[in-house]
Every structure is written in structure tokens, then in C-alpha cells.
Design a protein around this ligand. Structure first.
Ligand code: CA
Length: 518
């Protein structure tokens, strides 16, 4: 063979080899799973039928659980909106990611899940509630609500530009998300964060859903009249259904001459500001829909027991109406994946930024380390790896989301992330898993004191500190509703000592041992 022939042969073989390599690499890229991460805001696990059938049917959200895994003990590290989002993005506790409360600005230059995925071949998008003050980073496409956002005809910030969309926020977030999926680059795997505003206060439903649950009875939770005996920290809060909701903003009764019941000077005005976003026709439908409630209000307001029941029903009706739209949204996204052959290779996560009280301990809202707020719904579907109808009672956290999704995307999990990949929880009994959850809440306001604590499978130990100094201990096996603080019982000295040791160890592990000095 002549030299020139040899060169031609070598070039030819090298080209074939290179084509093969490129093909193999791109095939591997294609094999990476797509990710749809759906998060609602303040969605209590009690209001998902996969967890509890008493309040609402959520067939589409349940479908994720039916097709995958549902976690019965999923918790947040700090039960409030912005901090939870920062934990999910970074896989780090609040004191390290810089967002301890709702007022801090997220430092978008730090390492985040979307950035790492983007650097590893993913196209990334976030649509809906962001709530971290700085502009989103690490997203090829972002279209987010400013601050808390509005329910009706809401403003958005689309890639830095002020935009307004006509319609209902949950439906708009769904349409924008599905549109992005439709127009994506089909040669790359995708990561979509679809973040709903609903069902955040003040629970304004889609106009079409204003009549939902009109006929449903809502019995008060057993501890609706909690007297807070033995629990000093609960006595100062201003977050009860009975005494701290606003007659206009929360209950939607436009009574100008009424004492609005609000502890917030801005709340009655907020009602009108939010309604002003509706068109005159929509506003008419709204006012007609709430006529019945207004009439009832005047019938019950002087009878305490009936008034309490009415308040709770008003709260539940609108809260659940908002969830009905979220469930519909989940159904639309699942359908899109199915119809486009993306069902098998897409991980779908459903969660909330934290839980919520639905009248338990008299409360609405979140913040406290008691179960209903500390717990959050979490379910994951990925047919390739997760068996249908898997239930997990392992202690998992929102801290685990970043490591899990990186693990699934075949990307190395950075050593400074503090959560664990949930991949090992998909089989019943992983050899190693955490036996306790660490929690730390910082935000001041509404009469809630700062607190931190530990939750094991059986016990919960909480220390309220800063402006107060109270300890609480609950035996969750004997007292799942956390009504009896048994911290002062002599027989518990040993378990308290053990829990305190474990707590100190977790604080050291998570680099939060020195916070009281800060
Ligand atoms: Ca929230």
C-alpha cells in the first residue's frame, strides 16, 4: 500500500472512530433522564388524597404517587417560603445558603442545582414563583412572579422583562411550562421547575372554581381548640383561624363597617387591591359567588361556636379550590409527557415548599416545627427505576432534592451539599440512612420565636430561643398531634439527654453549632 493510500485509510478509520465516539456520547446524553420538578406553595399533605382522603380528591397528584414513591416522613429544614426554595436550589441549610428568612436576598452567584445541570448538558427552565429577590441564575429560560405574585391577571418577569398575562395564575404557569416543553431543544435533556403560587394565602380560586365545595361539610380538627397548656411558645403567636384572619382578605366578606379581625393594617386594603386585578365581568362573578358567604356571616357572627365553624369552612373552601387548579395543572403536565413519549424517561417530582396548618392547634400558616408545617408532601415518579406504589417511612428532607436529581442526571454530587440522594430509598431498606432530622427556624414575626430542634422516628425535641428559652419534647408514638409537652417529666431525663447529644452532633455535622453566638 502506498503512503498516500495508507494516509487515506488512517484518516478514514479515524473518522469512523470519531463518528462512533460522538454518536456514543450523544446517545449517552440522550439517555439522561428529563426532570419535571413541580412545587406548590403552602400545600399541606392533609390536602392531598394520596395522604388523606377527608378533605379533597387530587387524582392527578396521586397519580405521581401511584406510579412511583410517596414519602410519609418528608420534612423541610426551615418551614417558610424563600428559605425552603434556597435549600432546594443549593442542597444546603439556610445558614449556609444565606436565606434564613423571607427578607434575605438569594446570592445567585453560588453553586445551585440548575447551574450544575446546565453545565452538564441540560436545558433548564423555571416558571412561576421564585421569591428569592435576586434574578434567577442557571436557567436558559425563566419567567417568574415578582415577589409573592398575584392570582389574577398576574405580572411576571420574563427573562428580566416585566410582562403581564391575562388569566388565572395556576393556569398561566401551566401553559408557560408546557409551551417551553413543546419548544425545547429536543437534542438535550431538560430540567423544568414549575413553581405554583397556589395555594398560598389569601387563597383566591380560579373564577370557574368559585362554587366548588359549597355543599361540603368541614368538621373542625380535633385540636382546633388547643389551649396551649404546657406550650408557652404557642401562646404568643398570631396565626389562628379563630382570631387572626381578616374578614375581607381571608374570608372574602367585603364588610366595610365590620371589625376586620386582622392583626395586619395592610390586610383589608390588600383585598381590594387584589380584586382590582379582575376585569369588571370577572369581578361581578366573584361578588355574586361570595354573596352566600356574606349572608351567612351576618347570621353566625354573634354565635361563637357557629362563627368558628364558619371561619374554618371559609378557610377550607378557598384553600381547597386553589388546590383543585394545582391538581388540574399536574394532570396537564403528565398528559403532555405521555402524549409526547416522554413518560418513561422523565422524573416527575411533586412537593410543596413546606406544609401548612389546616386548623390544627387553632392555626393556619407554617413556621412552627410541629408536624403539619415541618412535614411536606413529596412524591417521585420515574418508571425506569422506581416501582409503582412504593411507600417510604424513611426520614427525608427537601435538603435531599438537589443531591437526588444530580445523582439521577449522572452528575457528581458536590461534597459541600448536605443532603443525601434519595435513590437509595427507592428500595425498601437501605443499609444506611439518617435516623434524625435537624430543623432551624429564624424568621421573626407573628409572635413566633426562633427555634431549632431534632425529630427522630419517635421523638421531637424543640428549643425556642433568642427572646425566650423554652424546651418542648413530644413522644410522637403516644401523642402524634403534639398536645403534651413532656419535657419536664422526670422519667424522660434519659431520652432528653440522648436527644440533646444527637442534636449537638447534627449541629456540628451541618456546621450550625455556633449560631447562638452570631
Ligand atoms: Ca410557602
Amino acid at each position: 500500500m502506498s503512503i498516500s493510500k495508507r494516509i487515506v485509510t488512517i484518516v478514514f478509520l479515524t473518522s469512523i472512530f470519531l463518528v462512533f465516539i460522538v454518536f456514543a456520547v450523544s446517545k449517552k446524553e440522550l439517555k439522561k433522564p428529563n426532570i419535571v420538578f413541580i412545587m406548590s406553595d403552602d400545600h399541606a399533605f392533609q390536602a392531598i388524597s394520596a395522604y388523606n382522603e377527608k378533605l379533597i380528591q387530587t387524582p392527578n397528584i396521586d397519580e405521581i404517587a401511584n406510579q412511583g414513591i410517596i414519602y410519609n416522613k418528608a420534612f423541610v429544614t426551615n418551614s417558610i417560603c424563600a428559605p425552603s426554595r434556597a435549600v432546594i436550589l443549593t442542597g444546603k441549610f439556610s445558614h449556609l445558603n444565606g436565606v434564613k428568612g423571607n427578607s434575605e436576598v438569594f446570592d445567585g452567584s453560588q453553586q445551585t442545582l440548575p447551574k450544575i445541570l446546565q453545565n452538564n448538558g441540560y436545558q433548564t427552565a423555571i416558571v412561576g414563583k421564585w421569591h428569592l429577590k435576586s434574578n434567577p441564575t442557571g436557567f436558559d429560560y425563566w419567567n417568574v412572579l415578582p415577589g409573592q405574585g398575584d392570582y389574577y391577571n398576574p405580572d411576571f418577569i420574563k427573562q428580566g422583562k416585566d410582562t403581564i398575562y391575562k388569566g388565572y395564575v395556576t393556569e398561566i404557569i401551566t401553559d408557560l411550562s408546557v409551551n417551553w416543553l413543546k419548544n425545547r431543544n429536543k437534542n438535550k435533556p431538560f430540567f423544568l421547575m414549575m413553581h405554583h403560587k397556589a395555594p398560598h394565602r389569601s387563597w383566591m380560586p380560579a373564577i370557574k372554581n368559585l362554587g366548588l365545595f359549597d355543599e361540603k361539610e368541614f368538621p373542625l380538627p380535633e385540636n382546633f381548640y388547643d389551649d396551649y397548656d404546657g406550650r408557652e411558645a404557642l401562646k404568643t403567636q398570631m396565626l389562628t383561624v379563630k382570631d387572626h384572619m381578616d374578614i375581607r382578605m381571608d374570608f372574602k366578606v367585603p364588610c366595610n363597617e365590620c371589625d376586620t379581625g386582622s392583626v395586619n393594617f395592610w390586610a383589608p386594603g390588600e383585598y381590594w387591591r387584589r380584586l382590582d386585578r379582575l376585569s369588571p365581568e370577572e369581578c361581578q362573578v366573584w361578588e355574586d359567588s361570595y354573596k352566600k358567604e356574606e349572608t351567612e356571616f351576618f347570621q353566625v357572627k354573634d354565635d361563637e361556636a357557629k362563627y368558628d365553624q364558619w371561619k374554618f369552612r371559609r378557610y377550607m373552601e378557598d384553600y381547597l379550590r386553589c388546590i383543585a387548579s394545582v391538581d388540574e395543572s399536574v394532570g396537564q403536565v403528565l398528559n403532555f409527557l405521555k402524549e409526547n413519549g416522554l413518560d418513561e424517561n422523565t422524573i416527575v417530582v411533586y412537593t410543596s415548599d413546606q406544609g401548612f396548618y389546616l386548623g390544627e392547634h387553632r392555626l393556619f400558616d407554617k413556621r412552627f416545627m410541629y408536624e403539619e408545617a415541618m412535614r411536606t408532601p413529596l412524591m417521585i415518579k420515574y418508571p425506569k427505576e422506581i416501582k409503582k406504589e412504593t411507600h417510604s417511612d424513611l426520614l427525608v428532607q427537601n435538603l435531599d432534592i438537589s443531591p437526588t436529581l444530580l445523582d439521577m442526571a449522572q452528575v457528581e454530587i458536590p461534597a459541600d451539599m448536605q443532603g443525601n440522594s434519595l435513590r437509595k430509598t427507592w428500595n425498601k431498606n437501605p443499609s444506611e440512612w439518617r435516623d434524625a432530622i435537624y430543623y432551624h427556624f429564624y424568621e421573626k414575626g407573628w409572635g413566633v420565636s426562633r427555634h431549632y430542634g431534632i425529630r427522630t422516628n419517635r421523638y421531637k425535641l424543640i428549643h425556642f430561643y433568642d427572646d425566650v428559652d423554652f424546651w418542648e419534647l413530644y413522644d410522637l408514638k403516644e401523642d402524634p398531634s403534639e398536645m403534651n409537652n413532656v419535657y419536664d417529666e422526670v422519667s424522660n431525663e434519659k431520652i432528653i439527654a440522648q436527644l440533646k447529644t444527637k442534636l449537638a452532633k447534627l449541629q456540628l455535622q451541618y456546621n450550625d453549632a455556633d449560631f447562638e453566638k452570631n
